[in-house]
Design a protein around this ligand. Structure first.
Ligand code: SF4
Length: 366
């Protein structure tokens, strides 16, 4: 993508006074921004919109949003709230969903994972690649993000910025307004599309400069700092790692959403059980059941439902039934019955077992 010729930009003042048809109004500069919904990205967008540049903000949603019920935006903010809050006429917000391609990237990120299963560098590259496509589509001028130099150890370092810019093929074309004065001027600044003087020199983890800027923009709602999307959550990451390690076939959105509910018990390389924690989860578990899965519930006592997935042998089925009893109200040492049904099949069987020992269960919990 090439930036527009200088005469196309709104800062051009060379309108000819010569006679003839009236000159077309100068074209308005356009940016495409990544808008996670965090304070930084909101402020960056506002800083650029304030310069009269139209900002097309893209909010990406993935299967790894923080809420189990809805798909949160990237980095764990609520995308709908963000979009609704952007009432400035210089800003338009688009919600974009990253589906299977994103899951596949998380499974095998070129630049690796962070502290947990968060592949922040690859994630930024993917989002920026989509943003670049969109920039090309609309004939925009530059890309921008709300990143702050030195704020995050993995993705917000100078060398990470450079590497990402190269990977996206946009060296010198990605503006980071909050830290711009600490970075090499981008083409948009050099060409005068953006007034560098009005940008910031924020760096590090303190939020104070951002809060001052938020005051200047009279932001009504200041988003709380979010640690990131679910991929930065240690517990969720353990479950995801377990899934990646044991699932040899494709992993789809439903598999990811199943990780967000229940207790997950690894019973064998190809056999796993998810046990509902309450009535709501028991009902939701049913929605995840696929033909071939195993549905289990205690018959003699109140207890949870469980969804088994994989190819258990007889011993694996018995262990799973013992787990189901352990989470129910069955007396710990007395045999009780558990219903076992293959999803999609008419017949069912009943196993009579005792609840598994707590220690054994703990060792199998993911
Ligand atoms: S926390 Fe990292 S992986 Fe998650 S959305 Fe943000 S950049 Fe992407």
């Amino acid at each position: 993508m090439s930036l527009p010729h200088e005469s196309d930009s709104p800062i051009s003042t060379s309108l000819s006074p010569a006679a003839g048809p009236p000159a077309a109004p100068p074209r308005r500069a356009q940016a495409v921004a990544l808008l996670s919904g965090g304070l930084d990205s909101i402020l960056a967008v506002r800083l650029i919109a304030e310069q009269g540049i139209h900002v097309n903000a893209l909010t990406f949603m993935t299967h790894f949003g923080c809420s189990a019920g809805i798909e949160g935006s990237s980095c764990g903010h609520d995308p709908r709230k963000v979009a609704e809050g952007m009432t400035n006429p210089n800003i338009t917000v688009r919600l974009c969903h990253l589906g299977q391609e994103y899951i596949d990237m998380v499974r095998n990120p070129k630049h690796g994972w962070g502290k947990n299963m968060n592949p922040c560098v690859d994630c930024r590259i993917m989002m920026l690649n989509y943003a670049k496509e969109y920039l090309r589509e609309i004939g925009g001028d530059f890309l921008m993000t709300g990143e702050v130099l030195g704020q995050r150890p993995m993705s917000q370092r100078l060398d990470a910025f450079r590497m990402v810019d190269r990977a996206v093929g946009m060296v010198g074309r990605i503006l980071r307004p909050l830290s711009a004065k600490l970075l090499q001027p981008t083409l948009a600044e050099q060409e005068g599309i953006v007034d560098r003087e009005k940008l910031c020199d924020i760096h590090g983890r303190s939020r104070r400069p951002q809060l001052e800027l938020a005051k200047r923009f009279a932001l009504k709602e200041i988003p709380q700092p979010a640690g990131g999307c679910l991929l930065t959550d240690p517990r969720f990451s353990e479950k995801l790692r377990d899934l990646f390690d044991h699932e040899t076939g494709a992993i789809v959105g439903d598999d990811i959403h199943l990780l967000k509910i229940g207790r997950h018990i690894r019973l064998g390389a190809a056999w796993k059980l998810v046990v509902g924690r309450d009535q709501g989860e028991n009902e939701r578990l049913e929605g995840f059941a696929r033909p071939g899965d195993v549905w289990m519930e205690a018959i003699d006592h109140v207890g949870p439902c469980a969804l088994g997935r994989g190819t258990p042998d007889e011993e694996g089925l018995i262990t799973a039934a013992r787990v189901v009893l352990r989470y129910g109200k069955a007396p710990k040492d007395q045999p009780a019955r558990v219903l076992v049904r293959r999803v999609g099949a008419e017949e069912h069987s009943v196993l009579t077992v005792t609840a598994i020992e707590q220690e054994t269960l703990e060792a199998m919990r993911v």
